[in-house]
Design a protein around this ligand. Structure first.
Ligand code: GLV
Ligand code: GLV
Length: 340
């Protein structure tokens, strides 16, 4: 066998293992089971250090924190392929400096995440999850009145971050006869024109919208972008939905807003702390819908993400460009070379 390749979970779609099995590589895999939701635990630091010293490639995923101190241990490592679009769990800058290729899986999960965002929006507006809880408890509807909700059609959707996911959500919202406004770091006039949506400063997106959906990528600049001051700009009747990354919203500020009724409710698929402890204050509100980071979690999307993750890794090992390189600057720091 040839050089070693590490896979940080044993329960990823099987294509990852079958494709790597065809190659002259030694496959190392971490199998430990995780705390909940059928998710497996990230390997401990000793394992990572060994991998970074001895393996040429690693397939990793969310929850695997690859920081600068770990990257400093890299000797043989050439490529980190993450089975996710987000690369915020990896210090990409440090990886680039070390000449390590970081690849990811954008595009394929866009429609699945946009579907979930639309689902959360409707669940909030029409109190679907609360209604389900009440039906199961039975007989105590009086306290809740008629479960009157907010109409989705004719409501204003504000999108924070008009990347691929935000754009896919805008298309869905137009089909629901919503008015769509957005803020993004770069203005996208062609999308405004194509979809009939309007640009606003972030503050106006917050103050004008009935539903605010966060689809912006997590970077140091977007951490706590939605803070106390900005949540206060929202209408009392408006809902906040986050399908991007937990740390874009200041959780303490959101909890305060919910307690004091500055907004009507929230739906969150991502949290500053994942998994969210079941005792967390956020779980106490009836006007909050919580899902465990399932934006891309469909059979079809996860299968395609796995195909891309393994193709990205194999391409780099063969000295070819990966499908999606998160740090293209690395090409000039350490040129591609065939390793297998
Ligand atoms: C999901 O959050 C991803 O980054 O793929
Ligand atoms: C979400 O993670 C995005 O990249 O917009």
């Amino acid at each position: 066998v040839g050089p070693c390749v590490f896979i940080s979970r044993s329960n990823l779609p099987s294509i990852i293992y079958t494709e790597l099995n065809k190659l002259p590589v030694e496959i190392r895999m971490w199998k430990e089971t995780g705390p909940m939701w059928g998710k497996q635990a990230s390997p401990p630091r000793e394992v990572w250090i060994d991998v970074f010293k001895n393996c040429v490639g690693a397939i990793v995923t969310l929850g695997d924190v690859i920081d600068r101190s770990l990257l400093n241990e890299a000797e043989k490592l050439f490529v980190i392929s993450t089975y996710s679009v987000g690369v915020d769990h990896i210090d990409v800058k440090a990886a680039t400096e070390k000449g390590i290729y970081v690849t990811h899986t954008p595009e394929v999960l866009v429609e699945a995440v946009a579907d979930l965002a639309m689902g959360l929006l409707i669940a909030l507006g029409r109190k679907i999850v609360l209604g389900d809880r009440l039906v199961r408890i039975g007989g105590i509807y009086d306290k809740w009145g008629w479960l009157l909700g907010t109409e989705i059609h004719n409501a204003t959707l504000g999108i924070v971050g008009l990347g691929n996911i935000g754009t896919a959500l805008a298309r869905r919202a137009k089909a629901f006869d919503m008015k769509v406004i957005y803020w993004s770091r770069t203005r996208k006039p062609h999308i405004e024109f194509a979809l009939g949506i309007e640009y606003r400063p972030l503050e106006s997106v917050l103050s004008e919208s009935d539903f605010v959906v966060i689809t912006i990528a997590a970077t140091p600049e977007t951490r706590h972008l939605i803070n106390e001051e900005r949540i206060r700009l929202m209408k009392k009747t408006a809902y906040l939905i986050n399908v991007a990354r937990g740390d874009i919203v200041d959780t303490n500020a959101l909890v305060k807003a919910l307690k004091e009724g500055w907004i009507a409710g929230a739906a969150l698929d991502v949290f500053e702390e994942e998994p969210l402890p079941s005792t967390h204050e956020l779980t106490k509100f009836d006007n909050v819908v919580l899902t465990p980071h399932i934006g891309s979690a469909t059979y079809e999307t996860r299968e395609r993400m796995a195909e891309i993750a393994v193709r990205n890794l194999i391409n780099v090992l063969m000295g070819k460009r990966p499908l999606y390189l998160a740090n293209p600057e690395v090409l000039s720091i350490r040129p591609l070379q065939a390793l297998i």
